[in-house]
Design a protein around this ligand. Structure first.
Ligand code: GDP
Length: 302
């Protein structure tokens, strides 16, 4: 329900497709598909994906596989669903068998990284997991206090930097060591909300990853990139950059309860081949849901 209301704008943009398809006939295919492509572009699907979808619809229409407006609409939904699930990445968290599992959360400032980390702690606690947080955002003033609030709210322990000069990699390795020694199930690592164009800070992320792997070979188990669902296609270069630098294993899309822009999600998943693992649908501790591609498709197409 929450994503259904969050995607009202996307749905509105795509509603024109129903009208187009209602009066579709074979002779009119080119015009209808051109307008359909336009509707996808307006809804942030991006040129590459919009063309890919429309070309495959055209092929199926010309091959006689789609014979009515209804069939075209169903094929359209199916092709978006396939784009979201086709690369086959696991949508569930992959935490392995070694304890503690380490999850690093990365993303630009304001996207909802710290909030998502807090919500993730709540989900894991509800599953009976002993959670330790690591306040690795040593760059932004007050980030650590914000995380402490989430630790208290979710009943999690937290490791913070002792002193101004302590940098993120050290905080993370101290937390992972503590997690290992004290039998924690998961260590949730916050990181700086660096701009993806700020290379020295991006390099710090690499150091964070190495610092964690030094304590537990193979860690982190997951590197989750938090993307603001309201930013549209801007999220694409961001996601590309983070993935190149640290190797992202899953996406968290936040603010899908607001005026989210649906199409770009399909572009990001298709281009990077990284699955969406969770979606944020509010500011509360329980507002993080596992991603359901079918519900997503139903929420963007009326
Ligand atoms: P960070 O800088 O990436 O750590 O971002 P924060 O976690 O501080 O979040 C920035 C703002 O977005 C805060 O006001 C959050 O409450 C808000 N926020 C985060 N996730 C969601 C979400 O899923 N829905 C809504 N409506 N707001 C969110």
């Amino acid at each position: 329900e929450k994503i259904f209301s969050g995607f009202s704008k996307t749905r509105e943009n795509l509603a024109v497709i129903d009208e187009l398809l209602l009066y579709w006939n074979l002779a009119d295919t080119d015009r209808v598909l051109d307008e359909l492509e336009e509707a996808l572009l307006v809804s942030d699907f991006g040129p590459k994906i919009s063309m890919k979808i429309v070309d495959s619809l055209r092929d199926d229409i010309l091959a006689g596989k789609l014979k009515s407006g209804n069939e075209i609409k169903e094929a359209l939904k199916k092709s978006v669903l396939n784009l979201l699930t086709g690369k086959g990445g696991k949508t569930e968290l992959q935490l392995g068998f070694r304890k503690p599992a380490v999850i690093m959360v990365v993303g630009v400032n304001g996207g909802g990284k710290t909030t998502s980390l807090g919500k993730l702690a709540r989900r894991l606690k509800n599953e009976g997991v002993k959670v330790l947080m690591a306040a690795g955002d040593t760059f932004r003033a007050a980030a650590s206090e914000q995380l402490e609030v989430w630790a208290e709210r979710t009943g999690s322990e937290i490791v913070t930097a002792e002193g101004d000069k302590v940098k993120a990699p050290l905080v993370l390795s101290q937390a992972v060591k503590k997690g290992k020694e004290q039998g924690y199930g998961v260590v949730l690592c916050d990181t700086s909300g660096r701009l993806h164009t700020n290379y020295s800070l991006m390099e710090e992320l690499v150091s964070c990853k190495k610092a964690v792997a030094k304590v537990i070979p193979g860690a982190p188990n997951e590197i989750l990139l938090v993307l603001d669902g309201t930013t549209g296609l801007n999220m694409l270069p961001q996601a590309r950059e983070f993935n190149e630098v640290v190797g992202v294993t899953g996406l968290i899309l936040t603010k899908l309860d607001g005026s989210a822009r649906g199409g770009c999600v399909v572009s990001v998943v298709d281009e990077l081949g990284i699955p969406v693992k969770f979606i944020g649908v509010g500011e509360g501790a329980d507002d993080l849901q596992p991603f359901d591609a079918e519900a997503f498709v139903n929420a963007i197409f009326s």
